[in-house]
Design a protein around this ligand. Structure first.
Ligand code: 8YV
Length: 322
């Protein structure tokens, strides 16, 4: 007898615990070897799907929604970021969309601190020296970096991840400032100082950390003018999206010595990172591992499944965007 359960097309391989729960309830079409799906494979997979688990590696633009078979009614993304999904087009087509908020806050804030520490304490340069057999013993001026206690951190985007980063930074004796579309209430703001604009934030801090989404407004926000407003000898941290930063301008600011270092978990055009960028010894670079813990990746998958379960039992999506 044909499987009567909803068919779920999954564009990327999921953590084992998530796949296990998925197949208990659904007729799942998996991407077992996690290969990049061609347009033809996407089209074939969508043809008989009732719902989709996708990720930021697949673009859900107007054209994709316009050509979506009628029976596809829900798309849930294995990510908190949803810049790859045209929500208006989804709405117009009557497709529900969900994401994975909240569950990756702590993991990403950990990586913001790793990037911050790695940049401030010359982590990349130090590791390369050691691993390549170039360490010939210590001396008093070797690999000296930026002391963090007493420094000021400016967080751009004080959402959940920004606030979790602020909590961690305070533990290092760092004074936290932030810029956000709106000031947060006392008790919500982690005691950080609000700046209504970047003009006052950037020259006031020693480290700038980005934790805002990629939108048409924030795209290439960190350009030459932004970097010029940062303090000489300061640090840029980006764990949000590569599209926020003009990488050529960043390299120019590192070349001139205006910036001391950068800590980056995200890049433009991932995974094809500009090879020039990762050659900088004062860029502490990671391959987009912000949410990469077993617990967080499972929790992200379970958010997707909770969205599907709610949808197919006629309930509101617990993590719904549309
Ligand atoms: C995801 C992320 O793992 O959730 C996000 O928005 O940036 C990552 O942590 C990645 O985008 C996979 O979809």
């Amino acid at each position: 007898m044909a499987d009567q359960r909803p068919t779920i097309f999954v564009t990327r391989r999921l953590p084992p615990a998530v796949t296990e729960r998925l197949v208990e309830t659904y007729d799942a079409r998996l991407n077992e070897d996690d290969h990049p799906l061609s347009d033809a494979e996407l089209k074939a997979g969508l043809a008989d799907a009732d719902g989709v688990i996708t990720a930021s590696s697949t673009s859900w633009d107007e054209a994709r929604f316009a050509s979506l078979p009628e029976r596809v009614k829900i798309v849930t993304t294995f990510s908190v970021g949803f810049e790859h999904i045209d929500l208006d087009a989804a709405k117009a087509r009557g497709v529900r969309v969900g994401n994975t908020p909240e569950v990756l806050t702590e993991a990403v804030a950990d990586i913001a601190m790793l990037c911050l520490l790695g940049a401030a304490r010359r982590g990349w340069e130090a590791q390369s020296m050691l691993r390549e057999g170039r360490w010939k013993g210590w001396h008093t001026t070797q690999l000296v970096g930026m002391e963090l206690a007493g420094k000021k951190l400016g967080i751009v985007g004080m959402g959940r991840i920004g606030r979790a980063t602020a909590r961690r930074a305070k533990g290092f004796g760092i004074e936290v400032h932030y810029h956000n579309r709106r000031p947060l209430g006392a008790g919500e703001d982690e005691g950080a100082t609000f700046h209504a604009n970047l003009e006052t934030l950037l020259p006031a801090v020693d480290i700038v950390s980005l934790s805002c989404p990629a939108t048409p407004e924030t795209m290439r926000m960190v350009d030459a003018a932004f970097l010029a407003k940062m303090r000489p000898g300061s640090i840029l941290v980006n764990t949000a999206r590569g599209a926020l930063v003009d990488e050529a301008a960043l390299m120019a600011a590192l070349d001139s010595g205006h910036l001391f270092a950068a800590g980056l978990d995200v890049f433009d055009n991932e995974p094809n990172v500009d090879p020039k960028l990762v050659r900088y010894e004062n860029i502490y670079a990671l391959p987009h591992i912000g949410s990469a813990t077993v617990d967080t990746r499972n929790a992200m998958g379970f958010c997707c499944l909770d969205n599907l379960d709610a949808f197919f039992t006629g309930k509101p999506l617990p993590f719904g965007l549309v």
